[in-house]
Write a protein that binds this ligand. Structure first.
Ligand code: ZN
Length: 344
């Protein structure tokens, strides 16, 4: 077995808490909080009785008194939730919570420990906040504001109506079909930086493109990981309203059209380090964020990661649709108002 695959389970367990794990699964707000406990329906066997599953917050252990008739620690919980081994659960925890893989490997030469059995002399395990993920340094050159505007965009292109957008929304977002130029034959969508300057146009193919044609085209050199779509306008909304985060342009425009004005799009199902920093910069400990990504594999993986990272500095709620392939651009006004708490 490769050296790096030794995992010091104790070190991983010591570094994470049940609360973090529940938060990761978007479960924390579904549980009732007691003095040192959290209780709710069992997420493992998917029960409904609100007292069947109990977590000790200080001990970081859980128990299901119903169908599972089982309990355990944080890693046991991840292993059961994802139906994987403890070893795989530990590796996931390292990744999700940005733990230092070296410190969790149990194979580090200086420590000389090669197993789960940490010597008694080591400090007692205690939960500590997860460290920041180790990310490759990003080129920090910002996207330059454009010196031109795409004008003469066709606002009444049938594709826009097909996507359910009203004329007012089309005009508000400044989008439209581009007949010529770099976004020729595409719906041009201006992307603004937080100061409200246009830094790029994205080009959406109006319809289902053939295999050799990209759905979206972005200008060369533009780094979308540095921007959050519609953030400039979301920032003008009242501070106490929740910030809704979706994946795509059309999801963002749909929510906006139906009155949820404090909405932004990551332009993908992952959140870059720079996007995380942007959100951190414009929020505080009292801020609320609602994450609504597409209900597919990428969306589910993305929202888990995003929730864990944002939960370090804001209140995060994750919305899952529970129906494969549903996404924010298909949400009805009722759904939007229900999920965002009528957030305007
Ligand atoms: Zn259970």
């Amino acid at each position: 077995m490769a050296k790096s695959s030794f995992v010091d389970f104790k070190a991983v367990k010591a570094a994470i808490t049940m609360e973090q794990v529940l938060e990761h699964y978007g479960l924390l707000d579904k549980f009732k909080r007691g003095a040192d406990s959290l209780s709710g329906p069992c997420p493992i066997h998917k029960g409904s009785n609100p007292t069947q599953f109990r977590v000790s917050v200080s001990k970081n252990i859980w128990n299901c008194f119903s169908e599972c008739k089982h309990g355990g620690n944080t890693l046991d919980f991840i292993a059961r939730m994802d139906d994987i081994s403890i070893h795989a659960a530990a590796l996931k925890a390292i990744e999700w919570f940005g733990l230092d893989p070296g410190a969790m490997s149990g194979s580090s030469d200086e420590a000389g420990e090669h197993s789960d059995e940490t010597p008694r002399s080591s400090p007692p395990p205690k939960p500590k906040p997860a460290a920041k993920p180790v990310a490759a340094p990003e080129n920090s050159a910002p996207n330059k504001p454009l010196k031109f505007r795409l004008d003469k965009l066709e606002r009444s292109h049938p594709y826009l109506a097909e996507r359910g957008l009203t004329e007012a929304t089309v005009i508000d977002f400044g989008i439209g079909f581009c007949a010529k130029g770099m976004m020729a034959d595409r719906i041009a969508i201006p992307i603004h930086n937080p100061q409200g300057e246009v830094v790029a146009y994205a080009g959406r193919f109006p319809g289902e493109p053939s295999e050799d044609t990209a759905k979206y085209k972005l200008p060369q050199g533009f780094r979308k990981s540095l921007e959050i779509f519609n953030l400039d306008r979301a920032l003008k909304e009242p501070k106490e309203r929740p910030l809704v985060i979706v994946e795509g342009f059309f999801g963002c425009m749909n929510l906006w059209q139906h009155g949820c004005r404090k909405v932004v799009a990551l332009m993908g199902s992952t959140m870059s380090q720079a996007q995380e920093e942007l959100i951190r910069k414009h929020t505080d400990r009292q801020s609320q964020v609602i994450v609504i990504l597409d209900e597919d594999e990428a969306g589910r993986a993305g929202r888990e990661d995003i929730a864990v990272r944002l939960a370090r500095f804001v209140f995060v709620t994750v919305h899952g649709f529970g129906e494969e392939n549903r996404q924010p651009d298909q949400m009805t006004p009722e759904e939007i108002s229900e999920i965002t708490g009528g957030a305007k």
